[in-house]
Design a binder for this molecule. Structure first.
Ligand code: ADP
Ligand code: MG
Length: 702
């Protein structure tokens, strides 16, 4: 047998068969032996000891106890029925057990005089604890033995569970699988690297991840696998960067010509900030180096990244190239198209828009103009990366606010030209360091750390709903001074209709409390027709309305310097980065701006922390770090769903140290052996090819 045994369809594992195999495919994307091998538990339960009722504390997420079960009772009627029982430990301490269904089956199950092992999540109730839906098992030598370790918990789904593939079922499959394949698992890290970092061999790590020998070895196994995951991402990114800087050519923009100069002298209505100048200098140097630029531009909302993008694109035009700018949504693409169009007025620059809603006939014209070079700057959404979009000579690509745009996606853009275009990635959502390293670890970084002059830092205040009248009073005062106000409501997919009702109610109460003619109110939400939305937005932009009641659709795009108050309703329901983005809609003019976070009095501790963070800082980086700590990185910027950062075991909010080691090691190794051709690095090259070849064909890039 060969190493191909790892690719054996999961159907052929003893205990699986065709039907379960189909479920494993569909539900957890396990297709072959290898997939199951790398299907890791998401946590472990410490079943190495039994706790007494008196030892339970509030912060325990799970507890294992041992004792007798008595006083089984049914309460309530029909839909409110529940069954309770008491567990008494050997010191007489008691914990209540509760079930809300399954009584019939349960009732006869517990025998007096029989000792049970009970396991579940304790919840405090007065000065007692209860456990709802505990796992209960009679004490037996086998049960005790089995319980004496860290027990893995695998993610499962309802469908899998109904076929016996709950966490335990999956563990059972692994018990069958491991001995069959252990000899075919190939080490991925050279001995020396493992020795340097005292990492477990891969086989031992994988064995321990599924069947921990003890707590300590489990920790080392996890560290080893986390290292692997993060290390190969870094190795890939840094190797790419080496290839780009050593082999791949880049456009050389020697000339600063008419497009750039005319814009700078005639169309630019303000002085650039120091920070903007510094970044332009960096871009200019990159574009003279003969290498392809790949640069990440970080700058808080309102710091003036668009101008930098525009000037970079004009530089490309001055050197006979075309440019494009990609935005995450149609709204934002539209807004860029309009604002950049008007910025470039009179310069003879052809700017066009391409989004999902661009008509076929228009696309045809567009394609022709792109191909013959008449079209200079193309602005749009993801539609831009489609292979049907062909430029005559693309020299500069700007990517705005695309947190899901990893190296593989960028590579598609590089391939749009024989000489790969320079790439500028812009973001206002400061990305936590670890995520930036993982997603953009191959990019050079520029920062705009200064706002245009005259801006006053936004003041942020948290108010409970009960103080609404006070907030209304404040809004009146500001409007009297000529300012405009946003009132934003959450809109979350799952309860869209409810949210919409909140928004409508809010709108009506505002219209009532702020009567015409002094106050005109705009309303905008996602369910409106584009034309109506546009009309309402325009009224606010032109100053015809004083209050804009909206859902988060205003998060992106809109720029109204005269708006100085942002009231966020049910602020506890927003994530931190979203709150920060919303706040960034004000503070764009010279006046003092305010962000008022409204919430109910009842707040979860996380929600409270989010609101406190918002009140205490305007620093986007601090906010991003806090956000990641609170939420975990899983869903930060939607990277998880997008599959760009498909981390199985590493956790970017906790594993910064491992990531740093990984990055440092990757750099050291590639420094000495950029092509991974030395014998000692053979394994690394092989693994890297296996992991990334399918995704990024970067050999074709240069
Ligand atoms: P962001 O970095 O959020 O994309 P924008 O590029 O949209 O910021 O700029 C925000 C606002 O600041 C715009 O109205 C822009 O015209 C203005 N702005 C940019 N740079 C300067 C500057 N150096 N001086 C004054 N205003 C500026
Ligand atoms: Mg912007």
């Amino acid at each position: 047998m060969s190493a191909d045994i790892l690719k054996t369809p999961i159907e052929f594992l003893k205990g699986v068969g065709p039907q379960r195999a189909e479920l494993l495919n569909k539900e957890i994307q396990v297709f072959c032996f290898e997939d199951l091998l790398y299907f890791y538990p998401f946590r472990y339960i410490d079943r190495s000891r039994f706790f007494l009722a008196s030892e339970i504390t509030e912060d325990m997420s799970y507890v294992q106890m041992r004792g007798f079960i008595s006083d089984i009772q049914l309460h309530g009627q029909k839909r409110t029925t529940r069954m309770t029982a008491w567990l008494t430990d050997k010191h007489g301490g008691r914990v209540e057990l509760i079930w809300f269904n399954g009584f019939k089956w349960l009732k006869g199950k517990f025998l007096p005089g029989q000792e049970y092992i009970v396991f579940g999540k304790p919840t405090r109730y007065g000065n007692k604890y209860n456990i709802s839906h505990p796992e209960v098992e009679p004490v037996s030598p086998a049960a005790i033995n089995q319980q004496s370790v860290m027990q893995p918990v695998y993610p499962s789904t309802e469908k899998l569970k109904s076929r016996g593939l709950d966490s335990k079922g999956i563990s059972k499959l692994l018990k069958t699988l491991l001995p069959q394949v252990m000899d075919f698992i190939n080490e991925t890290l050279p001995q020396k690297l493992r020795d340097d970092l005292r990492l477990l061999p891969l086989r031992r790590a994988i064995h321990n991840i599924h069947f921990p020998e003890d707590t300590k070895t489990l920790a080392r196994a996890r560290a080893r696998l986390k290292f692997d995951e993060l290390f190969f991402i870094q190795l890939n990114l840094i190797k790419l960067k080496h290839v780009r800087t050593s082999e791949a050519r880049g456009h050389v923009f020697r000339t600063v010509g008419d497009y750039f100069n005319n814009f700078y002298h005639n169309n630019l209505s303000f002085e650039l900030t120091q920070a903007q100048r510094k970044v332009m200098k960096e871009i200019r140097q990159d574009s003279l180096s003969g290498k392809q630029m790949n640069r990440l531009l970080q700058g808080d909302v309102g710091s003036g990244k668009t101008i930098v993008a525009v000037m970079s694109m004009l530089l490309a035009l001055d050197n006979g190239c075309q440019a494009c700018l990609m935005a995450p949504t149609e709204v934002l693409a539209n807004q860029h198209f309009e604002s950049i169009g008007s910025m470039l007025e009179g310069l003879g620059v052809e700017v066009r828009l391409l989004t999902g809603s661009t008509k076929k006939s228009e696309r045809k014209v567009l394609a022709e103009e792109l191909a013959d070079g008449r079209l200079h700057i193309l602005i749009g959404t993801h539609a831009l990366i489609e292979d049907t979009v062909v430029f005559r000579n693309l020299g500069m690509v700007v990517i705005d606010e695309q947190h899901r745009f990893g190296v593989a996606q960028r590579a598609r853009l590089w391939k749009k030209n024989t000489t790969p275009p320079h790439v500028l990635v812009m973001t206002a959502t400061p990305i936590p360091r670890t995520l930036a390293m993982t997603l953009y670890g191959d990019l050079d970084i520029s920062v705009i750390d200064e706002l245009p002059p005259g801006r006053k830092p936004i003041k942020t205040i948290h108010q409970y709903d009960t103080h609404r009248l006070k907030v209304f009073g404040f809004m009146r005062e500001q409007i009297k001074q000529g300012r405009q106000v946003y009132v934003v409501y959450p809109l979350i997919k799952e309860s869209e209709t409810l949210d919409l009702k909140d928004l409508q109610d809010g709108y009506e109460s505002i219209v009532r409390d702020f009567p015409l003619p002094e106050y005109a109110v705009s309303i905008v939400h996602g369910k409106m027709k584009a034309a109506d939305k546009d009309y309402e937005m325009q009224r606010f932009v032109k100053g015809e309305t004083q209050i804009m009641v909206a859902t988060t659709v205003i998060e992106v795009g809109i720029n109204v310097p005269n708006a100085s108050v942002m009231v966020i309703e049910s602020a506890e329901r927003f994530g931190l980065s979203q709150l920060h983005q919303l706040r960034g809609r004000v503070g764009r003019g010279a006046d003092q701006s305010w962000c008022i976070l409204m919430s109910s009095i009842k707040l979860s501790s996380d929600a409270r922390k989010r609101l406190e963070t918002m009140v205490s800082t305007n620093n986007g980086f601090v906010i991003a770090e806090t956000d990641m700590k609170l939420r975990g990185p899983g869903d930060i910027h939607g990277t998880q769903q997008s599959g760009i950062l498909d981390l199985k075991i590493a956790d970017l909010s906790k594993d910064e140290k491992i990531l740093k080691y990984a990055r440092q090691k990757a750099m050291e190794i590639l420094e000495k052996d950029p092509g991974l051709q030395h014998a000692e690095n053979y394994l690394l090259g092989k693994t890297l090819r296996k992991l990334f070849q399918a995704k990024v064909v970067w050999s074709k890039i240069s």
